[in-house]
Ligand binder design. Structure first.
Ligand code: NG6
Ligand code: CA
Length: 478
């Protein structure tokens, strides 16, 4: 494969860089990764025109930690990252090196559209005033985001640190501990709901959907879930249009297929898999339309588009949306064991496709071990930008399909600080003490012989468990 990529010189060739990140999309949810029950032609187009990585990882089996790692190049458990509420303070410190800051230094315009989930403000957030820090204080020139997740309040968009369409006479209040007097909740007012929770999700109600957290006011600013796909798609398109004549970076963070799964009428009922399948079709449509728009603007050739997901899939994630009942024989995590939140391949091995027509050979695949953690150091190398490497590595050649090898090892994370190590063919989850104080024995899997992680070989190979545990502890401690 040598010869299909070369290093760009500073200032000579600065390709646009776009990271499209889906939310909770599994390895097996995409037809170019083997899904048969659902077709994703938009995402498949990227694979046909680029490199499909089959051993690509997010660092973690949940959103906040994975996104933190992608944007900082640092393992998220170093800062104790975990799923954040909608009113959490900004997790990325203003003095931390970030992917967008590195690109700004290289002369790029930088924007983020979609799900943020990395905190805003410094605590005691007032949603009615300008919010800082926001993404604009950690490297993005432009941001159009939802603060956390689509199941968490406040259910409003925030543009460059200001709530969009807010009426000053109807201020927003948010509280994650207690309700505001007189405000209905999913728990007390099930008659107001059009989608019921299966677990949690019983606090404030927006658009007939109960959420996590309490919120009051801001009526004119509330989002409409069924329109979110188009709001973010139009924002993403406008961003590239505005910056088409200069190098730009866009982090386009899709909200699908995270709960609540509320497809637009264009997609409702269009998959065999119920609402979860429908919103995967919706996400795929967004990718397809967005790629067509890059064609229209003649940006396709010199733009690196990476498509990926923030963690593995889940069926029932807290709403009675029939995802389990209608799943049939579909395998959202593909051949892997585990799901979102679990310390197995299915939690953190996700789709990862790199398209760059100028440099990456079309229709290729690679099983090099790579991680979203590596995006920043790798592109810093491409652009010859100084970058203080912490945990991410320069695996540029693997990301471009020039080298067959990526990393030798990678630390991954389930839910909470539940770390495991992947090294070559081996996955090791060291012995640990769970929240109930019980000791859970070590687990060791040979991924080459046992991709579904069915056979725990820890007792058979205690030396390997010991070595891998020490290695993991060493990485934790450095
Ligand atoms: C969990 C929520 C889940 C989802 C997840 C975050 C409950 C019972 N579960 O706490 O629905 O919101 O957080 O998902 O509330 S993530 O993809 O953003 O990490
Ligand atoms: Ca997620």
């Amino acid at each position: 494969m040598a010869g299909c990529a070369g290093k760009a010189k500073k200032g000579e060739n600065r390709p646009n860089i776009i990271v499209i990140m889906a939310d909770d999309l599994g390895y097996g949810d995409v037809s170019c990764y083997g899904a048969e029950e659902i077709q994703t032609p938009g995402i498949d187009r990227l694979a046909e025109e680029g490199l499909r990585l089959t051993n690509g990882h997010c660092t973690s089996a949940t959103s906040t930690p994975s996104r933190f790692a992608m944007l900082t190049g640092m393992y998220p458990w170093r800062v104790g990252a975990s799923i954040l509420p909608g009113d959490a303070p900004m997790l990325i410190k203003e003095d931390m090196p970030t992917f967008p800051k590195m690109l700004k230094q290289a002369g790029y315009a930088t924007g983020v559209v979609g799900k943020w989930h990395l905190g805003l403000g410094n605590g005691n957030l007032n949603w009615n005033e300008h919010i800082a820090p926001s993404p604009n204080d950690v490297g993005f020139d432009y941001s159009y985001i939802m603060a956390a997740t689509n199941d968490r309040v406040p259910t409003v968009y925030v543009r460059n640190g200001d709530v969009v369409n807010l009426d000053p006479d109807d201020p927003i209040e948010v509280n994650y501990r207690m309700n505001f007097p007189g405000e209905p909740t999913g728990k007390d007012n099930p008659e107001l709901l059009r989608l019921h929770p299966s677990v949690g999700h019983n606090m404030s109600i927006t658009n007939g959907i109960p959420r996590i957290g309490y919120m009051k006011g801001g009526k004119s600013a509330l989002w409409v879930d069924e329109d979110m796909y188009s709001v973010f798609l139009e924002e993403a398109k406008n961003y590239v249009k505005k910056h088409k004549d200069e190098p730009f970076f866009l982090y386009y963070a899709l909200h699908q297929p995270h709960v609540p799964r509320l497809p637009n009428i264009m997609f409702a009922g269009k998959s065999k898999l119920g609402a979860r399948g429908d919103v995967i079709l919706e996400a795929d449509y967004c990718v397809e339309e967005f790629l067509k728009y890059l064609d229209e603007l003649k940006l396709t050739e010199n733009t690196i588009v990476i498509f990926t997901s923030d963690n593995g899939p889940v069926l029932d994630d807290g709403y009675k949306d029939m995802a389990e009942e209608l799943n049939g024989v579909h395998r959202p995590a593909g051949p892997f064991a585990g799901w979102k939140c679990s310390p197995y391949e299915g939690g953190a091995r996700i789709p990862m496709i790199v398209r760059w027509p100028e440099k990456v050979k079309a229709g290729t695949t690679s099983d090099a071990l790579v991680c979203q953690l590596d995006f920043c150091p790798s592109f810093a190398a491409l652009l010859e930008q100084p970058y203080e490497v912490r945990d991410g590595m320069n695996v540029l050649d693997a990301l471009l399909g020039v080298a067959e090898e990526g990393r030798e090892c990678l630390v991954l994370e389930g839910y909470g600080i539940d770390l495991w190590l992947k090294e070559g063919n081996w996955a090791c989850i060291p012995e640990y003490t769970n929240r109930r104080g019980e000791v859970v024995g070590a687990r060791l899997y040979d991924l080459e012989a046992d991709i579904a992680q069915q056979y725990n070989l820890a007792e058979k190979y205690p030396e390997r468990v010991k070595e891998m545990t020490e290695k993991l502890n060493g990485i934790k401690g450095y």
